[in-house]
Design a protein. Structure first.
Length: 328
């Protein structure tokens, strides 16, 4: 009787295993068969959120299922990242990833997970930062700002978002690249680059940095004066603003990016299918236009190439922090 029961149990286990394998194979062959959540670890309205929404709409068309943007801001992106990391590795919960939620977290001692513990799928867009002063600032251009900061750093104030954003590292690059004593400069804390821009426009601080789109509206009213864009490329909505390369500072090239990652252990075939879809939408004219509207351009990296690039980015941030002696 006992032997019969054991044989029956073994048969049931074998059947369950076969059913599970068949389900897995079916999932791999038919993915996606239902809606996908695309988690943005920032509040709605920022550059990453807008870019993610453009990507989600195009991915929905490409994959044939709804791709829903879910905003989960807070705790230096830890909340949103944790939601994705602890979800099933089935391709139905994805992260709107970027340096702030990946490589920079490799420098933060309080992050409760290994920042590489995810599946990096694809990057699809990147863009420059803009350096700004107030519209009524006595500093008329890049060189005037550098001279003022270098000569009297104790009375030079800059916006700071806690050391967990590429905007902060763009500021560090500005200080390091121009031999400005960062230990003496006053860093004024804010929660977002949008807040930094408003403070600069109000004359509350001398200098700020943020993703290019964070300055669009205030620059249009004359309340902000953009003095440079990091890197080499101009931005249509900031016409006439020189690049740092044009100004003789090619080392000031900090970019930010938006992409897709997934929970650790996402099957290789699903990762590949998603990466192919992301690469395809990056060539879509409508997506290119929507990215351009927030100061971004298509920039596709996938697979190990993407992981290598992000690791290189993390090392670069660490070197900059050590060079300038500024922690978060």
């Amino acid at each position: 009787m006992r032997a019969t029961a054991l044989r029956a149990a073994a048969a049931l286990c074998a059947a369950a295993l076969l059913t599970s394998c068949a389900a897995d194979a079916e999932t791999a062959g038919t993915y996606p068969s239902r809606s996908i959540d695309y988690v943005v670890p920032f509040a709605a309205g920022g550059s990453t959120d807008i870019a993610a929404r453009a990507g989600a709409e195009a991915l929905s068309d490409e994959l044939g299922v709804p791709v829903n943007v879910v905003n989960q801001p807070g705790a230096d992106q830890i909340i949103g990242v944790s939601t994705v990391r602890t979800s099933e590795a089935d391709g139905y919960t994805l992260l709107a990833d970027g340096a702030g939620s990946s490589s920079i977290q490799g420098l933060l001692p309080y992050v409760p997970y290994d920042w590489t513990d995810r599946t990096f799928v694809a990057k699809f867009a990147e863009g420059p930062h803009v350096y700004v002063v107030g519209g009524d600032s006595p500093y008329q251009d890049f060189d005037a700002v550098v001279e003022a900061a270098r000569s009297d750093p104790e009375n030079f104030t800059v916006g700071w978002i806690g050391g967990s954003s590429t905007s902060d590292f763009a500021t560090l690059q500005f200080l390091a690249g121009n031999d400005i004593d960062a230990a003496k400069v006053k860093r004024v804390p804010f929660r977002s680059s949008g807040e930094v821009m408003r403070a600069v426009a109000a004359g509350d601080i001398d200098f700020g940095a943020g993703g290019a789109s964070s300055a669009f509206s205030l620059a249009g009213t004359g309340k902000l004066r953009p003095i440079a864009l990091t890197g080499t490329q101009p931005i249509d909505k900031l016409e006439g603003v020189p690049s740092t390369a044009e100004l003789g500072h090619p080392e000031l090239d900090m970019q930010y990016w938006v992409g897709v990652s997934a929970p650790p252990g996402l099957p290789r075939d699903l990762t590949g299918k998603l990466a192919d879809a992301v690469a395809t939408i990056a060539e879509d004219d409508a997506v290119v236009d929507q990215l351009s509207a927030v100061g971004l351009a298509p920039a596709v990296l996938t697979g190990e190439e993407l992981r290598t690039d992000i690791n290189r980015e993390k090392d670069r941030f660490a070197t900059l922090s050590e060079q300038i002696g500024v922690a978060g």
